[in-house]
Design a protein around this ligand. Structure first.
Ligand code: FDA
Length: 301
């Protein structure tokens, strides 16, 4: 089932169809709106309740220069709306949405344009991590830009064998790192195939990153992992200001509130836009029970 949804998530024809037919098929379960203006109304409420946010303009695997430039302009627009509305929110983006698969020159131009505006408005930008084919390039770009900008972070995936070495190397850059389990279908040659090994490696890299003194965003809905982080906090007297929890919009809202009430920084990843298809397919892959929400969305239209 997981492989089936991950296969669907990368299907370009279905992505285009979904985009053309708009905001349908239960997308609202995981996506905050089609525009940043719609999303920002929801973010305002979330900020008022104490949550901080990272906003993601949906889009990935773009192979057309004009679309990549439009997507980058939308990121700039999102940053200006977040600043104007005085929202407590950062921006997350995928490099393939702004030209990674087209040319290095284009993606760097777009990133610098986005980071300049973000810096001006004191907004942080996190580069999401995509599939393994793009890991090396993504980290290379992150390192180059980290030397120029302080408002940039990235993501590392626990399912990759290389992740520990990446943390060791990136520590020299004083990085803002979001640690996740990993959402793509990867070969056993580069990633742990068994969930129990991914979970074990996730624990290992969380501890390593925290003890290296890097600011750590722990992005998971897994209560066992969250409890492990709380244990580390006590055992190593790690101040709450050195880490935060992150979860996806619409998932485990009960747990999000619980962590907030316990005094932790709780950041919600809020996606918006018309290109929701690949994102939603990965959420279905993580939990096939979510199919029911999607089916209900179709029936209710
Ligand atoms: P796991 O999959 O073990 O789930 C633990 C429990 O959480 C489940 O039993 C269920 O209760 C709940 N749960 C998990 N997923 C759910 C879902 N879709 N619907 C309902 N309940 C669910 N990945 C990546 O490769 N690159 C990236 O850049 C990012 N970025 C990112 C940002 C943020 C803020 C988050 C939270 C996650 C990501 N991810 C990601 C996705 C991540 O790699 C992973 O696929 C998901 O977080 C699911 O894994 P969990 O850690 O939640 O554990």
């Amino acid at each position: 089932m997981r492989s089936f949804f991950l296969f669907l998530s990368k299907n370009k024809s279905l992505t285009k169809l979904a985009k053309r037919y708009g905001f349908k098929f239960g997308a609202g379960r995981f996506v905050a709106g089609e525009t940043i203006e719609q999303a920002s109304r929801k973010i305002k409420g979330m900020n008022a309740a104490g949550f901080v946010v990272t906003v993601d303009h949906l889009g990935e695997f773009i192979d057309n220069e004009q679309e990549a430039r439009e997507s980058a302009k939308e990121c700039v627009h999102a940053i200006t709306v977040l600043a104007k509305e005085e929202l407590n929110a950062e921006l997350s983006l995928k490099l393939t949405s702004i030209g990674l698969d087209i040319s290095r020159e284009l993606v760097m131009q777009n990133m610098r344009m986005i980071l300049d505006v973000a810096k001006q408005h004191q907004v942080n930008v996190t580069i999401d991590m995509e599939d393994f084919e793009r890991t090396e390039q993504t980290l290379h770009i992150f390192k180059e830009l980290r030397n120029e900008y302080s408002n940039i972070g990235t993501v590392l995936q626990a399912y990759l064998y290389r992740v520990e070495a990446d943390i060791e190397e990136l520590t020299a850059f004083d990085p803002y790192l979001r640690l996740v389990k990993g959402a793509y279908k990867e070969s056993h040659e580069v990633a742990f195939p068994e969930k129990k090994d991914v979970d074990e490696n996730y624990r290992k890299i969380i501890k390593l990153n925290l003890l290296q003194g890097n600011y750590t965003a722990i992005a998971t809905h897994d209560e066992a992992i969250i409890n492990y982080v709380k244990q580390l906090e006590l055992e190593y007297r790690i101040p709450k200001e050195r880490f935060e929890f992150q979860m996806l919009y619409g998932i485990r809202i009960d747990l999000q509130k619980e962590l907030l009430n316990e005094g932790y920084t709780m950041r919600v990843y809020v996606p918006y836009g018309r290109d929701w298809y690949g994102y939603n397919m990965r959420r279905l892959a993580e939990r096939p029970a979510n199919v029911m929400f999607v089916l209900k969305g179709i029936v209710n239209k």
